[in-house]
Design a protein around this ligand. Structure first.
Ligand code: GLU
Length: 278
């Protein structure tokens, strides 16, 4: 009887379609097999909430911005249009988005920072210290990912200086389709990238000569996005809060941020820099 009940419970398990945009180490797409921090978090969440998840790729590769006509693109658009039951990514909670979707409680805190390439042998030469410095010069170009919360922050800020940053980014035409592209531009030199700090933190574990400048420009949170009025929100919130309290979420963060970390001690990066130099 117990077996039969167990089987029925399993058979009744609802499968939700989860839309995502790959960005290491949150979501890594290995030929349609999703790995990383979020797939593991969802496995734990699904176990607690009694649901299963099936991943799908967001075809425009965007996080989500409001179009002129009020419609939404990106993952937010997919949740609004009912193409997906949920969005799971390094998806930022914003007021504009909260108006059209229901976010769960946040699973990670982050901010906007500036990622820059600075080999050890050049550490003494400080090119710029802040976004203000960056705006005051024309040698180093800069940008952020297109169609996400960072672009929207600069575009729609009530702070005039930030709007000027956005205008200059548009004028320079150096925005990217994803963080990977931004990181490659930074590594190529002469480019600073406005990126969320948790992604910057990961990039720095992959390339020793990357550094952040100016601290966090603002604070924000990542959460899962559900359609408005979703029956799952309360269950998922309870499960997420439990996972947080049990230390599972921090453990996953530690695991995925240290997994492939390069050893960036001074000596090895100095040697690498000499190799670059000659
Ligand atoms: N996390 C952002 C979003 O949800 C994407 C990355 C960014 O804008 O820097 O839109």
């Amino acid at each position: 009887l117990l077996l039969a009940v167990g089987f029925q419970l399993n058979a009744a398990k609802e499968t939700l379609t989860v839309i995502t945009v790959p960005n290491s180490p949150y979501v890594i797409n290995n030929n349609g097999d999703f790995q990383g921090f979020l797939p593991e978090l969802l496995a734990k969440l699904g176990e607690k909430a009694g649901v299963a998840f099936k991943g799908a790729l967001q075809d425009d590769g965007r996080y989500g911005m409001e179009e002129e006509d009020g419609s939404w693109n990106g993952m937010i658009g997919s949740v609004v249009n009912g193409k997906a039951d949920m969005a799971a990514a390094d998806l930022t909670m914003t007021a504009a988005r909260e108006r059209v979707v229901d976010f769960t409680v946040p699973f990670m805190q982050t901010g906007i920072t500036i990622l820059y390439y600075q080999p050890t042998w050049k550490k003494m030469i400080k090119t710029f210290k802040s976004l203000e410095d960056l705006m005051d010069q024309d040698d180093i170009k800069f940008g952020c990912v297109k169609g996400g919360a960072t672009e929207r922050f600069f575009k729609n800020s009530k702070v005039g200086f930030y709007n000027k940053v956005w205008e200059k980014m548009i004028e320079m035409d150096e925005m990217t389709s994803n963080n990977d592209e931004g990181i490659q531009k930074v590594l190529a030199g002469g480019y600073a990238y406005l990126i969320e700090s948790s992604s910057a933190e990961y990039a720095m574990t992959q390339y020793c000569d990357l550094t952040t400048v100016g601290g966090n420009i603002n604070l924000r949170n990542y959460a899962l996005a559900l359609p408005q009025g979703s029956q799952y929100r309360e269950t998922f919130n309870l499960a997420l809060l439990e996972l947080m309290e049990e230390g599972e979420i921090s453990a996953l963060k530690d695991k995925w941020w240290n997994k492939n970390a390069k050893s960036c001690d001074q000596v090895s990066s100095l040697l690498a820099s000499f190799a670059d130099f000659f």
